[in-house]
Design a binder for this molecule. Structure first.
Ligand code: PXG
Length: 463
């Protein structure tokens, strides 16, 4: 047996003792952190000085040493209704006791159908059918496969190319990293999908720094799609996938008019437009979906995260009737689309999704961000002139603060800000040298002020 590596646990206020599990204010914390290879985490750094949450309620987390941390990121952009909301908690418990699992293939259960209907009710008009998944990454793969198969069932199988965008994030599976545009997420993993091309990203600090809302310059970047179409010919292109607002790579907000132009170009050439709304979905921009914010309806919409408030993993891919109906052909006993997951529409996830959508409705959370956006914008932009700040950008309840990197040590400055904020009781996210924030949509105006002041104080104290 492999000898278990015992981590020297932290002494002092955080953790005490040296057993396998240590207790602090009735909270049990594991002592050996080596087995869990953590995702997208600096594992060695984390395990030397762990940051553990042990509870959460509404806008706050509780750390293992009993501190309250204001959630400036809705977990990872998913806890849109805030933490431990009673309706959701109750629905999950009840569903697990009543019907814990039902086979997803060739069998059904009512709540999956009900949830699909409720999603369609709030979705942009024309997106009338839902495929369920368990994550944003799976939703992306599902969307890309639907797009390819759609052209094929229509007898247009030569349309096999997929077009993404630089600095796009579409999850971590092979399709998603292929159309995605983040070099660190791609370079280790071989040749990826073939037949993929990328549009340029839209981030332009020299022209658009400190934009409030949509940047003014850069609509013409959408015309790069025309260049790509000219290069490959439209008849070889299946779909274009973009995030309405690129979240993971540091909140890159599309220039005014850009998404409308992408829609025009894709439509003109018979190319499907896929919006990856894993972050922009469910109220993040102050509208139910990014498509509503921009007045642009895609052919396929990818969602996850806020669908279940982050509580139970679930994603949903919405498609137009035109796409769905193209598959409903041939003998009726034959499976129409060879794709799906053991947990597609899982009963407990469906119950969580229904309770989440009810909570959004009860509290008007899918549009609350619009009312708060001006307060959020003013608070964020009050950080202009603070140390290291080279850009601030915002849309809905999303904000980013870009910092001047430390020469020779990119990412270090923003990470120091993250650590300092955590120490002071604020949870933010960083990507590169960009601080990104996306609080739960229940945040109060005074909590916005508190969060921004927390960031201000961190910026003033770091090198
Ligand atoms: N598409 C988009 C646009 C996303 O933002 C995914 C797909 C993948 O979802 P899953 O559920 O497979 O992780 C995402 C995920 C961050 C951060 O802090 C962003 C994501 C995940 C974790 C952290 O920027 N986005």
């Amino acid at each position: 047996m492999r000898p278990r590596v015992k981590r020297q646990i932290m002494t002092g206020s955080r953790f005490n003792g040296s057993e396998d599990f240590v207790s602090n204010s009735n909270v049990v914390v594991p002592n050996d952190l080596s087995a869990f290879w953590m995702p997208f985490t600096a594992n060695r750094q984390f395990k030397k000085a762990p940051r553990m949450f042990v509870a959460a309620k509404d806008m706050h987390y509780t750390t293992s040493d009993g501190r309250q941390v204001l959630d400036g990121t809705a977990g990872l952009w998913c806890v849109n209704a805030g933490h431990a909301r009673p309706k959701i908690v109750e629905a999950i418990a009840k569903q697990a006791a009543e019907l814990d699992y039902a086979p997803a293939f060739q069998m059904g259960h009512p709540k999956a159908f009900e949830l699909a209907n409720r999603i369609v009710d709030i979705a942009p008009k024309g997106l009338d059918h839902v495929l369920f998944t368990n994550s944003g990454s799976e939703s992306v793969e599902t969307a890309l496969k639907v797009a390819l198969a759609y052209h094929r069932v229509k007898g247009d199988g030569a349309r096999s190319r997929l077009i993404g965008r630089e600095r796009g994030y579409h999850g971590v599976n092979f399709g998603g990293i292929s159309v995605g545009g983040i070099v660190t997420n791609r370079k280790m993993f071989g040749t990826l999908l073939t037949g993929v091309d990328h549009m340029p990203h839209t981030h332009n600090l020299s022209k658009n720094a400190f934009s409030k809302g949509l940047p003014e310059h850069g609509v013409d970047l959408a015309d790069e799609l025309e260049r790509i179409v000219t290069l490959h010919d439209a008849s070889t292109i299946a779909a274009v996938i973009v995030e309405p607002v690129a979240g993971s790579t540091g909140v890159l907000i599309p220039p005014a008019g850009y998404l409308k132009r992408l829609r025009e170009i894709t439509k003109k050439h018979g190319i499907l437009l896929i919006f990856d709304e894993v972050i922009t979905g469910f109220g993040r921009l102050g509208t139910p979906f990014g498509a509503d914010y921009f007045g642009v309806t895609p052919d396929i919409m990818v969602t996850a995260k806020g669908l279940t408030n982050g509580v139970i993993p679930m994603g949903a891919v919405l498609v137009s009737s035109e796409i769905h109906d193209a598959f409903m052909d041939g003998p009726e006993h034959v499976i129409e689309f060879f794709h799906g997951y053991t947990y597609s529409g899982n009963p407990v996830a469906s119950a969580a999704g229904l309770a989440t959508l009810e909570t959004y409705k009860d509290e008007d959370l899918l549009t609350r961000g619009a009312a708060l956006a001006p307060v959020w914008q003013d608070a964020l932009h009050s950080l202009k002139g603070e140390p290291h700040v080279i850009d601030i950008r915002n849309i809905g309840l999303v904000g980013a603060i870009e910092l001047e990197p430390i020469a020779g040590s990119p990412t270090k400055r923003a990470f120091s800000a993250f650590l300092k904020c955590f120490e002071d009781g604020y949870l933010i996210r960083t990507t590169g040298d960009i601080i990104a924030m996306s609080p739960p949509l229940i945040i109060s105006e005074s909590q916005i002020g508190e969060l921004i002041d927390g960031v201000r104080s961190a910026l003033r104290s770091i090198a």
